[in-house]
Ligand binder design. Structure first.
Ligand code: UGA
Length: 454
């Protein structure tokens, strides 16, 4: 099928690369000429494992352009995957969505086209996009025939860092459409994924247990709500284990054992029960805020979601509390942060806990050094005035430090030479913000190990 994808962020580029790899003809469109130029040269705008290989394997099926007129008229399916950054009043800023919808209406071809909302948009956006496209089409073409289209919602559930894996082997595909013809077009588009009939790339092998992927076909509003409800549930699962973690510390329980013992109950599940500094990134904070804002438009409160947000806010402060508890005074201390990205395998720094921890420490007069395997370049670019000193090695971060804090659980941090690091620190204190390190090994290496939940 001919596909156009508007927006080359995580969602747009991942969707484009996967669909092109599966054999569709995909044009990725972005208004940012510089970005399009880099993509045409094979340079990635962000770090995502295996993206370069998948794009190379997609070959001629994947093209990049800044010109709507080149991509839209021939497309049978158009994905809107533009950014919806946080706006005022808790809701997202829909400027890019609006301009994408108008651009589609201005360039729509004469055949039936399915327009898919892939960006996380407020509930009811399907209808809004429909009217924007229709208005733009009529302004340009008057009442001439053509411009037959339908809007669908196809929310994305990919996680940064494993975006391609999550897209090729999803737990489910959700399609929200008000007419059967629309859902059928998307069914055809996704058939290789739904039936798992494609040959898996060697670098992204199909998980052994993968079978046919369930398709959830719904009306528009339900699909839109599924996305928010899922993200909010995952956020509150993490906040719940972090709240239990505070009590675990008081009563002398081990939060990791508690999470395991709870999670093995199939009704609860082990995933997203990793206690630590809490969630960051561009999705959970924005989507929980948007859900609360939407509910309030209908006179509803969502106290559970609000509590999840509050617990998450508190969690970041706990790192500083732990350091204060150990060092008493932070002024003049040297604190080393291991990890800047909001999670491993990405260079994304949006709402990254490390940034807030660094800010609080600097505010209290501490000197902050940091290391991250991939996110330091982006950190320097996005925070040119930051007082945080980026170090090329963990040894540099540890040298003369009063304490280290593990903020992002990059796998390579598990394998550090902890004896060596302990020797070069002023005091060998480690706050494990993710409960990711082997505390026995750390203690043997001479560290005072402190978990966020004891
Ligand atoms: C999240 C969802 O997991 C995706 O399904 C969704 O598509 C995406 O948002 C989105 O809406 O675009 P993402 O934010 O990329 O994906 O990453 P996650 O793996 O969900 O991690 C989010 C945050 O939660 C990270 O800071 C991570 O460190 C933290 N986390 C995750 C925990 O603190 N504990 C856990 O057990 C799991």
């Amino acid at each position: 099928m001919q596909v156009a994808i508007l927006g080359t962020g995580y969602v747009g580029l991942t969707t484009g690369a996967c669909l092109a790899f599966l054999g569709h003809k995909v044009a990725c469109v972005d208004a940012d000429l510089k970005k399009i130029g880099s993509l045409q040269r094979g340079e990635m705008p962000f770090f995502e494992p295996h993206m370069i290989e998948l794009i190379a394997d997609a070959g001629q099926n994947l093209t990049f352009t800044a010109d709507y007129a080149k991509a839209i008229p021939g497309a049978q399916v158009i994905f809107i995957a533009v950014g919806t950054p946080p706006g005022a009043n808790g809701g997202p800023d829909l400027r890019y969505l609006e301009s994408a919808a108008r651009g589609i209406g201005d360039n729509l071809g004469s055949h039936f086209t399915v327009i898919v909302n892939k960006s996380t948009v407020p509930i009811g956006s399907g209808n809004w996009v429909d009217s924007l496209v229709r208005d733009a089409f009529q302004r340009r073409n008057g009442n001439s025939p053509g411009g037959s289209f339908a809007v669908a919602s196809n929310p994305e559930f990919l996680r940064e860092g494993s975006a391609l894996h999550d897209s090729l082997y999803p737990d489910r595909v959700v399609i929200g459409a008000d007419e059967p013809q629309t859902a059928e077009v998307l069914y055809t588009l996704y058939r290789p994924i739904l039936e798992q009939s494609f040959t898996a790339p060697t670098y992204l092998p199909r998980p052994e247990e993968t079978e046919a992927v369930p398709l959830i076909s719904t009306d528009l509003a339900s699909a839109e709500l599924i996305k928010y409800a899922a993200n909010a549930f995952l956020s509150l699962k993490i906040s719940y284990i972090n709240e239990v973690g505070q009590l675990a510390e008081k009563v002398g329980a081990d939060i990791m054992q508690v999470a395991k013992g709870m999670g093995l109950d199939a009704r609860i599940g082990t995933r997203f029960l990793q206690a630590g500094i809490g969630w960051g990134g561009s999705c959970f904070g924005k989507d929980t805020a948007a859900l609360v804002a939407t509910a309030s438009e209908y006179g509803l409160k969502m106290p559970i979601v609000e509590a999840a947000r509050e617990v998450n806010r508190r969690q970041r402060g706990r790192v500083v509390d732990k350091l204060l508890g150990e060092l008493k005074i932070l002024k003049g201390r040297s604190i080393g942060l291991l990890g800047l990205a909001f999670k491993p395998n990405t260079d994304d720094l949006r709402d990254a806990p490390a940034l807030e921890v660094a800010h609080r420490l600097v505010e209290r007069g501490a000197k902050v050094k940091a290391h991250d395997p991939v996110a330091m370049e982006r950190f320097r670019l996005e925070n040119p005035a930051s007082e945080v000193i980026c170090c090329e090695t963990v040894e540099e971060v540890a040298s003369g430090a009063d304490a280290l804090v593990l903020v992002t659980e990059w796998p390579q941090y598990r394998e550090l030479d902890w004896e060596d690091l302990a020797r070069c620190m002023r005091s060998a204190i480690l706050v494990d913000g993710r409960h990711a390190l082997d505390r026995t090994r750390l203690r043997r290496a001479g560290f005072r190990y402190i978990g966020l939940a004891g």
